[in-house]
Write a protein that binds this ligand. Structure first.
Ligand SMILES: Cc1cc2nc3c(=O)[nH]c(=O)nc-3n(C[C@H](O)[C@H](O)[C@H](O)COP(=O)(O)OP(=O)(O)OC[C@H]3O[C@@H](n4cnc5c(N)ncnc54)[C@H](O)[C@@H]3O)c2cc1C
Length: 497
């Protein structure tokens, strides 16, 4: 059996590792010059930046992936805990260092509002319960079905808060606006607003606040490189600079793909590690059923995108840590800008990641490598990134300066990623970082399935399919797609972690 995987993002690499471990012949065709997709790296002027993910959670997912292939994660990537998790700066001057260490966290909360200590502990217990209840149905297994949902007692679903928004649920536990903003921020880990996303997203708070955040030594990109190395050791062929132009079908079943240079690569099955809407729009032949599905997909709300500045800063800031958040004054208005008005937030919450705090070689002596990320709307007609990105970048730097970190006269190197770049570099539909929107009570049920229902032999892995976006989830999605192929083709099934 031969499987072609389109895209060497984490979902594609994970599918490749699982299939190759089962003895399948696998070829990965990647359009970019490098593997990794959104997880990538940039070096310039003596600085190195990770250009995509910087917060790695759910370490056990990556450990299970390597263990499945009979290897140890630590032999490929050294994951080190990041502690404190994040330093939060508020516009009123308050600060909080979030930590998975309860004693530390309680001490921090006591400085903000001691009355919230009890509520925070209750929130953590609630988030752990959501993980226990929803994990088997919505995260760690194949896409949810009516049967798998029925197996969960209805009272459990109610306990998980499926009918409430995340913000509502948080307000039930903590009263301080500072802590509410901190906990609500976890919705943005899947490009959503806490005011519209279901309370079940508190599962993200659980995996970070209870499980911790990990930083791969030498940079987050080392994780993608480790996965690619493992895939290649298992016999996977990875071809970069190789855009796929078309998925070829015969009697509504995949039989090959054609690359941009006209080469036809035969396949018994294809895994598209590309946004599902993009696959329907640009790679599949437009049969009646494909067009019908595409029309439906295009009508769906998509997740948020991001605006990134990568700065080589000629200064060292003792007050900043590896992960930092500078919160906006009005969180609701920020999400209204993004999701109602379709513009980047006028007063944004700003994330600053400085890996040179941990990896000194990522910046020259006396300097820091800043990765600055702001939530942004998916590409639309209300904001023109072509003409306004540089100006918006300056506004972001102005806001950072208001928090006491004015780097405007100290920038040796400046690079930018807009939603347009993200769409072009990864195939993300409208530049959405996490596929379809997580807003609404039933968003997890609306997510496109890993097995394409319109074209036999086509499977999906990555952030736009089940179980969702973010590095651990796309890694799981590759396993789900691989399992489906093995089952459909009569191969052996692998257990999910
Ligand atoms: C700025 C930013 C910050 C983020 N921060 C975090 C974070 O802190 N933590 C976290 O967990 N996640 C984060 N994410 C999300 C995370 O990066 C993604 O969910 C994950 O990496 C996506 O993996 P994927 O499998 O969907 O593939 P992608 O990374 O989307 O890769 C898809 C691959 O397919 C290739 N491709 C597309 N079309 C074709 C074609 N026609 N032919 C050949 N190849 C093709 C692309 O070039 C790309 O390499 C962030 C993302 C971004 C952009």
């Amino acid at each position: 059996m031969k499987v072609v995987i389109i895209g060497a993002g984490l979902g594609g690499l994970s599918a490749a590792i699982h299939l190759a471990s089962a003895g399948v012949q696998v070829t990965v065709l990647e359009q970019n010059a490098t593997i990794g997709g959104k997880m990538n790296s940039l070096a310039a002027d003596g600085f190195t930046w990770d250009t995509g993910p910087s917060v790695i959670t759910m370490r056990h997912v990556f450990e299970a992936l390597f263990a499945h292939a009979g290897r140890h994660l630590a032999d490929y990537v050294q994951l080190q805990p990041v502690e404190p998790l994040t330093r939060y700066f508020y516009p009123d001057g308050a600060r909080l260092d979030a930590s998975p260490d309860l004693r530390q966290m309680i001490a921090q909360i006591a400085q903000i509002d001691a009355r919230d200590i009890e509520g925070y502990l209750q929130f953590l217990a609630y988030a752990a319960r959501v993980h226990r209840i929803t994990g088997p149905v919505f995260i760690y297994n194949e896409p949810p079905t009516l049967a798998s949902c029925w197996r969960v007692p209805p009272t459990d679903f109610l306990k998980a808060g499926v009918l409430q928004t995340l913000q509502r649920r948080i307000q039930r536990y903590v009263r301080s606006p500072h802590l509410q903003q901190l906990l609500g921020r976890y919705a943005t880990y899947v490009g959503a607003s806490p005011y519209a996303a279901p309370a079940t997203l508190s599962v993200i708070a659980h995996v970070e606040l209870a499980g911790g955040v990990w930083y791969p030594r030498d940079g987050v990109y080392a994780l993608a490189q480790g996965m690619a190395r493992l895939a290649q050791e298992l016999g996977v062929q990875i071809e970069t600079d190789c855009p796929v132009q078309q998925i070829v079908t015969r009697h509504e079943r995949v039989c090959a793909v054609v690359t941009q240079d006209g080469r036809r690569v035969e396949a018994d099955a294809v895994v598209a590690n590309v946004d599902v809407t993009t696959v329907y729009d640009t790679l599949l032949p437009h049969t009646a059923s494909v067009v019908r599905r595409l029309v439906k997909l295009k009508k769906q709300q998509v997740s948020g995108s991001g605006f990134v500045l990568m700065l080589g800063v000629e200064k060292v800031h003792a007050d900043l840590l590896h992960h930092n958040i500078l919160f906006s004054r009005d969180y609701r208005c920020e999400f209204d800008d993004i999701f109602q008005r379709g513009i980047p937030p006028r007063d944004p919450t700003i994330y600053i990641n400085i890996t040179s705090k941990t990896d000194r070689q990522h910046a020259p002596p006396g300097c820091e490598n800043w990765f600055v990320l702001v939530n942004a709307p998916p590409i639309g007609d209300r904001f023109d990134w072509h003409t306004q990105a540089a100006y918006y970048g300056d506004r972001v730097l102005e806001t950072i300066a208001r928090f006491g970190f004015d780097v405007r006269g100290h920038i040796r190197s400046r690079h930018m990623l807009t939603p347009l770049d993200i769409a072009r570099q990864s195939g993300a539909w409208r530049g959405a970082l996490y596929g379809l929107s997580a807003h609404g009570r039933f968003s997890a049920l609306r997510r496109p399935h890993n097995r394409c229902s319109d074209v036999a032999g086509l499977y999906f892995a990555g952030g736009a399919t089940h179980p969702g976006g973010g590095t651990p989830l796309v890694t799981l999605s590759g396993q789900v797609a691989a399992n489906m192929i093995l089952r459909d083709m009569g191969g052996s099934i692998q257990r999910l972690p």
